[in-house]
Design a protein around this ligand. Structure first.
Ligand code: GLU
Length: 261
């Protein structure tokens, strides 16, 4: 009986350590795979205007899809060789690991916790957490939210930072920023806590809400990849593209197209 249990345990260990993998899996390289497939699949947002949204015709628009097209041009020679997959703040990591996408470009901040599970490119933008309130609201700072309710999007960095920095704030969470915005309008919470980039997008479209001036964090946005040696070449290629497109002023021009400072 003991021998049988030992055999099962060894088998589990064998499979978990990857010793049971076929040769192609061990030598898998995401960049080669993309080149062979001749298309990149990229996870982007549709709820994070102006970084990721759909236009009236249902086309993916915003700075993040624009960066994806630049990467497709750099790796495959055409900005059309990209297939977009919609991700939310809470499912973007899962969609990377399930293989639904090769990379995620989705207002995603690099954090030490995320670094344990994902690999990241160099940052391509730095945002900061802020508050969006209804115009005329008495809330002016994060501290004013004490014992009130704050609106967040599940899986975002503000969910985490609020829970640790302000445990006395009640939190109501939503899956998307569209739902979070609706909740603010309906008075379900006193403020949305999130990145200034996304909140400014809402404030520009709606004069009855206000983006407060204070910034509470630094949110370096980067392209996210599955963690592991198979991503190395792909990350190197993406970093090279981000660096050269920054130097030649192209990324700045793309940001200007979307009124992003
Ligand atoms: N940049 C923050 C994050 O990565 C918030 C924006 C978002 O929901 O993506 O969580």
């Amino acid at each position: 009986m003991f021998k049988k249990i030992l055999t099962v345990m060894l088998l589990v260990l064998f499979v978990c350590c990857g010793c049971g993998k076929k040769k192609e899996e061990i030598t898998a390289n995401d960049l080669n795979e993309i080149v062979k497939r001749d298309v990149i699949t990229v996870g982007v947002r549709t709820d994070a205007y102006p970084f990721g949204y759909l236009d009236k015709k249902g086309h993916y628009k915003g700075y993040d899809p624009a960066i994806a097209r630049v990467i497709a041009r750099g790796i495959l020679g055409s900005d059309k060789k990209v297939k977009f997959v919609t991700v939310t703040a809470s499912d973007r990591m899962m969609k990377l690991y399930s293989g639904d996408v090769d990379m995620v470009i989705a207002t995603m901040s690099v954090t030490p916790k995320r670094r344990q599970l994902l690999d990241f490119s160099d940052p391509y933008y730095v945002a900061g957490q802020a508050l969006l309130v209804k115009k005329g609201s008495k809330i002016r700072t994060l501290q004013d939210l004490n014992k009130k309710r704050a609106i967040i999007v599940f899986g975002s960095t503000s969910e985490n930072s609020l829970r640790t920095a302000m445990p006395t704030v009640g939190i109501i969470g939503y899956r998307t920023y569209a739902e979070a915005y609706k909740a603010l309008k309906q008075g379900k919470g006193s403020a949305i806590v999130s990145d200034d980039t996304i909140l400014l997008g809402m404030a520009l479209k709606d004069p009855t809400v206000e983006l407060l001036p204070k910034r509470y964090t630094k949110e370096p946005y980067a392209v996210a990849f599955r963690k592991g040696p198979e991503s190395k070449d792909l990350i190197r290629a993406v970093n090279f593209i981000i660096e050269s497109e920054t130097k030649n002023g192209n990324l700045k021009k793309l940001r200007e197209n979307y009124n992003i400072k």
